[in-house]
Design a protein around this ligand. Structure first.
Ligand SMILES: [Zn+2]
Length: 642
C-alpha cells in the first residue's frame, strides 16, 4: 500500500472509531477512557485537521445539549511521570512555594455565575466550548445555586462519583469516572444526584482582560492573586474544595506524592496524580493553551510500599551511585529486592533513611526505582555516604554526582581501559583479563595495550599460546578507529561516541582541530553545552600524552572521517520508545554504518523521528509534530535501508 493509501485508510478507520465511541459515550456505555478517546481525536486532528467528523462531533453532535463557551478556557496540562521529570520542571520554575492539589480523576465542569446566581454549567467539550448541562448540574452535590455575594465569573470543578456510590449503585460500570461521565450527560437528568462536584479553581469575569483585572471590583483584598486564598474563598461560598498542601521544596512534593500513592485506596474518590502550581497565579500563563506554571505530577501505574534496608554504592569508574536494598516486595509480577535511586542528590533530597517506608515503582521492563519516602520510622538511621575513594582521595559531591576527583585514581584508569575495549569493540578482552593485566602492573594505560607481546600474554596464568595470539590479533583488527571512537574510548566525563560524532560532523574532524578548539568554539556544537565542552577540553589536555603515546606506538591510526555516501547520508535520525526487532543501540549503529547521523533529541533540522507509537504524547513526538518532522515507524526505517 502506498504512503497516501495507508493514510487514507487510517483516517477512515479513525472516523469510524470516533463516531462509534462518541455514540457509546452518550448512551452511558463508554468502552474506552476519555484519554483513549482524546488520543483518537488528536490522531485524526493531526492527520486531517479539516475532517468533517471533527466538525460534526465537536459542534453539535451531542444528543441535544446546547453548546456554551467557557469563561476560563480549558487547555491541556504539562505532565511529569516521575520525580526526575518533575524536578526538571521544578528547577526551571524556581517557585518559593508549591501549591499541591490532589488530581481528581473525573470530568471537568465549569460553573458560570452571574451576579451570584448559577447561570450555566458547561462540560469540558473541546476546551473552548462544551455542553450546557445546567439542569443536571443543579442536582449534583456541591453545586451552589446562589453565592453569598453578587459575584460573576467561572468556578472550575471536577464531576466525580465516590467509590462508595459506585460500589453500591453502579458496580456494573467499569469505574467511577465512566459511571460519572454517563450520568452527567443523561438527557433526562436521572441519577445526577449521585454525583459530587469538587472545586479547585475560579476566575472572575474579565480577569483575562488585563486592564479590568487591575481594577477588579473586589478591591485589593480579592482572593484571585493567591491559589490558596482562592480555595479558601471557594470553601466560604459553600463549595467542596480539593485537598491541598503548600510545600517549600520540590523534594517535599515528591515525598508527599509517595505518601498519597501509598494511601490512594483510602480516598473517597479516584485520584491519578497531583496538580502542582505556583502560589501566585500568572494570568498570561493561564491564557496559554498549555500553561507552563502548573503540572500534572502523575501517579505510577504499578507501585508498592517497602522498607529501605540499606544502600549499596555501585562503583563505575570514578562515580559512586546509590542502589537501594529493600524488603522484598511483589511488583509487576516479579519480586523486587533492589531499586535504583538515580543519584546521591536525589537520595539526599528525598530525605531517605534506613528503616523508612518507601515507595517502589516499576514501569514495564525498566529497573525498579524508589520514588519517594512515604514515612520515616522512629528507629530509622541516616544513610551513610562514602567519604573516601579506595585510592584514599576524598570524594566530591556536586549535588547530582558523587565521585573521586583524583585523575590518577586506579579505578578511573581501570575503567578507562574497559571503556576503550568496549568502545572499539575489541573482542575477547573480558574484564577478567583486563583486571589481571592491570593488577599485575603491566597495563596501566591504554598505550600499554599496544606494547603487549604474544609471548608475555601467553605466560599469563590460564592463557595459552593460542588465546594470547588471538588477543593480539583482535587488538590489531581494531587498529583504525574513527576519531569519535578514539576520543570516546578515553573515557572523558560526558563524552561518548554520540557526542563525539556530533563534534566530528560539526567540523572538528581531526585530533589537531579538536585540540586547537576553545571551549566556546566547542560548545557551539548542537546539544553539547558548556559543561560538556569544558570537560572535553580539560580531558583532551590531561590525556594529551596518553593519546600521543598510543598513536606513536605505530600499532593504531585514526581513520579519516568517512566521505563516501551511504544510503542514509545527509539524513538524521532520532529514536524514541521501544523497537521490536532490535535494540536502540543496534539501530543507531545501522544509521551510522549507512552514513546517517544519530541525534538524541528532536530539533528543527532532524530528518526523521523513529517511533513505533507516534501518537504517544511523548515530548519527542510532540516536538516532531510541532516542527513538522516526519515520524516513521521501525518498518519504514528498515525500508529506507533495503
Ligand atoms: Zn579514587
Amino acid at each position: 500500500m502506498s504512503e497516501s493509501d495507508k493514510k487514507k485508510s487510517r483516517i477512515a478507520e479513525l472516523e469510524k472509531l470516533i463516531k462509534k465511541h462518541q455514540e457509546l459515550y452518550y448512551n452511558s456505555m463508554a468502552e474506552i477512557s476519555d484519554g483513549e478517546f482524546d488520543r483518537l481525536w488528536d490522531e485524526l486532528a493531526y492527520m486531517d485537521p479539516e475532517n468533517q467528523v471533527l466538525k460534526d462531533i465537536g459542534k453539535d453532535k451531542s444528543d441535544g445539549f446546547l453548546k456554551a463557551a467557557h469563561i476560563l478556557p480549558m487547555g491541556s496540562q504539562a505532565k511529569a511521570a516521575d520525580p526526575e521529570e518533575f524536578l526538571a520542571w521544578a528547577n526551571k520554575q524556581k517557585f518559593d512555594e508549591f501549591v499541591t492539589e490532589l488530581k481528581l480523576d473525573g470530568a471537568s465542569l465549569e460553573l458560570q455565575y452571574e451576579k451570584g446566581f448559577l447561570a450555566k454549567a458547561v462540560t469540558r467539550g473541546d476546551g473552548v466550548t462544551g455542553d450546557d448541562i445546567t439542569a443536571n448540574a443543579r442536582q449534583m452535590n456541591g453545586v451552589v445555586p446562589q453565592l453569598p455575594e453578587p459575584w460573576s465569573g467561572a468556578v472550575r470543578g471536577e464531576v466525580l462519583m465516590s467509590k462508595a456510590v459506585h460500589k453500591e449503585h453502579f458496580s456494573d460500570k467499569a469505574n467511577c469516572r465512566n459511571a460519572a461521565n454517563g450520568l452527567m450527560k443523561r438527557k433526562d437528568g436521572a441519577g445526577a444526584g449521585y454525583l459530587d462536584v469538587i472545586c479547585y479553581d475560579a476566575a472572575p469575569l474579565g480577569l483575562f482582560d488585563m486592564n479590568e483585572a487591575l481594577n477588579f471590583p473586589h478591591g485589593p483584598e480579592h482572593p484571585f492573586d493567591d491559589e490558596t486564598e482562592k480555595l479558601k474563598w471557594l470553601a466560604s461560598c459553600g463549595f467542596m474544595i480539593v485537598e491541598y498542601r503548600v510545600f517549600h521544596t520540590a523534594f517535599e512534593v515528591i515525598d508527599y506524592r509517595a505518601k498519597v500513592v501509598d494511601r490512594r485506596e483510602s480516598y473517597a474518590y479516584d485520584i491519578d496524580g497531583l496538580v502542582v502550581k505556583a502560589r501566585e497565579p500568572d494570568i498570561e500563563d493561564m491564557k496559554r493553551l498549555r500553561p507552563d506554571r502548573q503540572i500534572a505530577f502523575k501517579f505510577p501505574l504499578e507501585e508498592a510500599a517497602s522498607t529501605l534496608l540499606g544502600i549499596e554504592w555501585s562503583e563505575s569508574g570514578a562515580n559512586y551511585t546509590p542502589v537501594a536494598l529493600i524488603e522484598p516486595v511483589r511488583l509487576a509480577g516479579t519480586t523486587v529486592k533492589r531499586a535504583s535511586l538515580a543519584n546521591a542528590g536525589i537520595l539526599r533530597g528525598m530525605g531517605l533513611k534506613i528503616g523508612a517506608k518507601v515507595a517502589v515503582v516499576k514501569r514495564g521492563d525498566i529497573i525498579p526505582k524508589i520514588e519517594g519516602m512515604i514515612e520515616d520510622m522512629p528507629d530509622s538511621k541516616p544513610v551513610e555516604f562514602p567519604e573516601l575513594c579506595s585510592c584514599l582521595t576524598k570524594l566530591v559531591d556536586d549535588g547530582t554526582r558523587l565521585f573521586c576527583p583524583n585523575p590518577d585514581c586506579p579505578k578511573k584508569a581501570l575503567h578507562r581501559l574497559e571503556k576503550w575495549i568496549s568502545v572499539l569493540g575489541i573482542m575477547e578482552f573480558g574484564t577478567t583479563i583486563i583486571k589481571r593485566l592491570f593488577d599485575s602492573g603491566r597495563v596501566k594505560k591504554i598505550a600499554d595495550l599496544y606494547s603487549l607481546k604474544k609471548e608475555e600474554l601467553a605466560e599469563l596464568e590460564r592463557l595459552g599460546d593460542l588465546s594470547a595470539a588471538k588477543l593480539v590479533d583482535n587488538l590489531e583488527k581494531k587498529s583504525s578507529p574513527g576519531l569519535a571512537e578514539f576520543v570516546a574510548g578515553f573515557d572523558i566525563e560526558g563524552i561518548g561516541v554520540l557526542t563525539m560524532d556530533k563534534l566530528v560532523k560539526a567540523g572538528f574532524n581531526t585530533l589537531e582541530k579538536l585540540r586547537m578548539a576553545s571551549v566556546s568554539e566547542l560548545e557551539k556544537t548542537e546539544g553539547l553545552g558548556n559543561i560538556t565542552a569544558a570537560n572535553l577540553k580539560a580531558g583532551m589536555n590531561l590525556l594529551k600524552n596518553d593519546m600521543d603515546t598510543v598513536l606513536e606506538s605505530g600499532r593504531l591510526v585514526i581513520k579519516e572521517s568517512q566521505t563516501e555516501r551511504g544510503k542514509l547520508s545527509g539524513m538524521s535520525f532520532c529514536f524514541t520508545g521501544e523497537l521490536s526487532a532490535m535494540k536502540r543501540s543496534q539501530a543507531q549503529a545501522l544509521v551510522k554504518a549507512n552514513g546517517g547521523i544519530v541525534k538524541s533529541s528532536v530539533a528543527k533540522d532532524l530528518s526523521y523521528l523513529v517511533s513505533n507509537d507516534s501518537y504517544s504524547g511523548s515530548e519527542k513526538n510532540r516536538k516532531a509534530k510541532s516542527f513538522g518532522i516526519k515520524v516513521i515507524d521501525e518498518k519504514e526505517f528498515l525500508a529506507l535501508l533495503s
